[in-house]
Ligand binder design. Sequence first.
Ligand code: SD4
Length: 290
Amino acid sequence: SPSKPISICTWGFVNANAAAADALESGMNALDAAITGVQIEEENIKNTTVGNGGTPDREGHVTLDACVMDHNGNAGSVVFVENYTRVATLAKIVMEETPHVMLAGRGAEDLAAENGFKKQDLLNENTKSAYREWLKTSDYKPVINIENHDTIGMLCMDKKGDISGACTTSGLAYKMHGRVGDSPIIGSGLFVDNEVGGAAATGMGEEIMKSVGSFLIVELMRQGKTPQEACEEAVHRITKKGGYEDFQVAYIAINKNGETGSYCIHPGFAMMEYRDGKNERVNSKSFIKA
Ligand code: SD4
């Protein structure tokens, strides 16, 4: 059996993965540990793709998407949320306190207010001036591997061996108002089946949604693929259609044996992996070679 606990997350989020690892080592369950981890980035105003400090849409609104999934197959999700930052926690509240899986916009914001979340302006001077700059050309072109791809998806295996995950984002920079990406879509940005494993995604949400990437990875692992092979196959489903020169997609996965994998289209993606007391950056292999 794997040495537990284990935590992995997208990109080089050292502090977020360390926070999840500490929580897991102290005995916290996988779901709450994943939320504890991603919350570091939701509160990190230097991360312009998650939570407070997120980049606005083309009309100047910061709108957040998040979801969580636990080891019992329960799921919660919020989309198009303005003015509240802890949206992974809000997704957990949807999962646990409502009869629904997904709440959007005003309804999700009302639930946040009812639960004592702090209402705040998520824009700051930096994101405002970057937005003003962007308005000069209004050129919508998601750029590979720069700061507008910093979504955090996290998968935790706790001391009991249960797997849960969380995924949270402000989505693609300067997206259309009302646009929702893959991150809060169960099966796209995140999927967990505690009998098999879990997967999470980052990158061009439209491509991840069209191929239901995270669900695909978990199903491929169920059929016997390793997490690495499953991530590669999910990326190939996208690349075989062509047109991937201008966008990035990256996946991370863990199986029930504690094996992990990651794969992406363009070089430059990495995941954090914690196990055996070590929190390490793992550079991902890519479809296009560096
Ligand atoms: C989205 N997948 O909204 C997200 C963007 C992302 O790092 O991953 N950014 O499409």
